[in-house]
Design a protein around this ligand. Structure first.
Ligand code: KG4
Ligand code: ZN
Length: 358
């Protein structure tokens, strides 16, 4: 079966074509994974403006689709596709609608079903897939119970997955998402959007001057599994403002601050996740979302996870938003018949929560 996956929940217009091979453990082959990024547009503003992003999606969707079709010599009138999977939430409402309208038009033209997909579930599922040759394969059920840390520009959640398809949000951010904390602090330091990769790059460079920066680790010791990152942003701003222009514009300051921001975020994410692993006797940790591409975060998990607890992390290029994860999540909904008969009834759910979809 071949599924087209469409993703427009934030600032990436992504379309992928995925083929499934049904055996005991479902396998997927990514045939195309095309993305039109809006980074250069949003870089000017240091963040994503929904209406601007929507216009870009509307412009890019036909172009990205054309690219996928060209890769496979598809006849646009009758492409060899069996279903369309599409993100209907959570995300920015105008952006979600751009994808929904586009998918509805395609479904009508080709007479195909449209499967609405939860963006967080998609990050989680691509996070747990194992790579074997050219295939992504669902791992054996020995990974359950599993604790998933889904951290992106829009979301920071800890999701308990006791078994396949059963989700419970046990912790989440009370304000900014982890990726947002990277993006906002990078902006203070004058580093380019998206902030995560910019800060990670700066943090890698050693410095020989020190400013003795110490940032808070918000809510790290609280008893729940929730996060709060807005205080971190404020602390960075205060430290920045307290420095002389010569100090704060120096490369050494930017590097040390980047390293401290990354460490503070990693400390909080890892400590909360480990606490959940212990409490629920988890057999694995699943990482997903753009921040899961962060090398320091992955390394820390590898160091800290006790033997017998597996770390399941997506390939870095599949951590950030992509259409392949939507197609894969769509497949699991499709085989359970969880999609509407009439695609025109699909609506955007900007605040969709993963526990609602199962
Ligand atoms: O999942 P994603 O592509 O989009 C959303 O659903 O939000 O995540 C984008 C976020 C941005 O905030 C970006 O700064 C962050 O992921 N990010 C990273 C890295 N790569 C992307 N954060 C830390 N380290 C990275 N290497
Ligand atoms: Zn995402």
């Amino acid at each position: 079966m071949r599924i087209l996956g469409i993703e427009t929940s934030c600032d990436d217009t992504a379309i992928a074509l995925v083929e499934t091979k049904d055996n005991q453990r479902t396998s997927f082959r990514i045939l195309s994974n095309a993305i039109a990024s809006q980074i250069s547009i949003h870089q000017q503003y240091g963040g994503v403006f929904p209406m601007l992003a929507k216009r870009e999606h509307q412009k890019n969707l036909p172009l990205v689709l054309e690219q996928v079709f060209k890769e496979h010599n598809f006849d646009p009138a009758r492409p060899a596709i069996d279903a369309i999977a599409l993100t209907y939430g959570p995300g920015l409402s105008p952006c979600l609608w751009a994808g929904i309208t586009f998918a509805q038009e395609l479904a009508k033209k080709w007479n195909l079903p449209v499967i609405p997909v939860d963006h967080i579930e998609a990050h989680l599922l691509i996070g747990l897939m194992r790579q074997s040759n050219d295939f992504l394969q669902f791992p054996p059920d020995t990974i359950f119970p599993s604790v998933a840390l889904i951290v992106s520009g829009g979301h920071s959640q800890i999701v308990l997955m006791k078994e396949r398809g059963k989700y419970e949000i046990i912790g989440e951010t009370r304000d900014d998402a982890a990726g947002e904390a990277f993006d906002k602090t990078a902006r203070i330091l004058g580093l380019p959007y998206p902030g995560g990769p910019s800060i990670a790059k700066q943090a890698l460079i050693p410095t020989n001057r020190t400013f003795a920066i110490t940032l808070p680790r918000p809510m790290m010791r609280s008893k729940d599994f929730d996060f709060s990152f807005s205080g971190l942003k404020t602390a960075v701003l205060y430290d920045y403002q307290a420095r002389t222009p010569e100090e704060r514009e120096s490369q050494e300051y930017i590097r040390e601050m980047s390293s401290e921001i990354q460490q503070a975020i990693v400390d909080v994410l890892v400590s909360k996740t480990l606490k959940a692993v212990e409490q629920f006797q988890a057999k694995s940790v699943i990482l997903g979302g753009g921040v899961a591409a962060n090398t320091a975060l992955r390394e820390r998990f590898r160091e800290k996870l006790s033997e017998g607890v597996q770390l399941l992390a997506p390939l870095p290029q599949l951590s950030t938003d992509n259409g392949a994860m939507i197609a894969i999540a769509g497949y699991f909904r499709y085989i359970k018949g969880e999609y509407p008969q009439d695609a025109s009834t699909i609506e955007a759910k900007p605040n969709l929560r993963i526990s609602q979809v199962c």
